[in-house]
Ligand binder design. Sequence first.
Ligand code: ADE
Ligand code: ZN
Length: 326
Amino acid sequence: SSPPAAPAPLPKAELHLHIEGTLEPELAFTLAERNGVTLPYATRDELRSAYSFSDLQSFLNLYYALMAVLRTEDDFHDLADAYLTRARAQGVRHAEIFFDPQAHTARGVPLATVINGLARALDAAPERHGITTRLIMCFLRDESAESALATFEAARPHLDRITAVGLDSAEVGHPPSKFREVYALAREAGLKCVAHAGEEGPPAYVWEALDILGVDRIDHGVRSMEDERLVARLAAEQLPLTVCPLSNVRLRVIDDLADHPLPAMLDAGLLVTVNSDDPAYFGGYADDNFTAVRDALHLDDATLRTLARNSFRAAFLDEATREKYL
Ligand code: ADE
Ligand code: ZN
């Protein structure tokens, strides 16, 4: 007789996923060849050996370098479709997907190419993969506030495809307050707002994201645990945090998964979700992160179900759809 089938992964929403961070070495080489782009790595193994990071910046260097292979609408489509295939196998039913427009327009790839390619894959996703999606446009915080404003204005014709704005890239030295103006415009335009804060940066950046940017969710936010008043605020407002455990370990935000503050965050009454960030780089997609925290932190089934349920509570879904998942 055959061995018992592995249990189906819990249905969940993925709320912290950079589409560029789903570029697997295999697809990177395929696209490099298709586009006549030369990568500074001869083989997949040589590339894989570059995936050892000391901090956020050391990862970002490789993340931006590999984007050189993304040139055409088809490339962005194929990237997103490959992600959606993997996501469904990990129990993902709804995915809110970040993209970094400035990382592409700076290389001469038009914004419409990026958005149209991604949108073609996302529009097909309910039928093709059984996944609903949202698109979140992120500003690179290590670029200027003016560049973020110009990016937002360039995206105006596409806002019907964009649910929220976000803030990512090198955190320390680039506080949320730098982006006050563009977030005000985004809110005026009816968009939701999120921001990476409290990953490498201090709790003060989480306060700024809340009070100055008016965010609806905090991405990462693990360093909030250093500030009792902040934890109380986040708990009282049930302001969601999209935590990325495998990312935190690979980027040395946390020394060891066994020391991850996830259980303390749950105990403090925070609305925490578990997500994959840049799964091609950090060794795991959505359910891989669930499994990793289950094993390292000895989480019971009820806690895992709470985390899955939180992902739908924190998602940008209409209430009728949310009810179906809860
Ligand atoms: N861009 C892609 N992944 C990121 C992360 N974990 N933090 C900040 N910027 C990012
Ligand atoms: Zn991220």
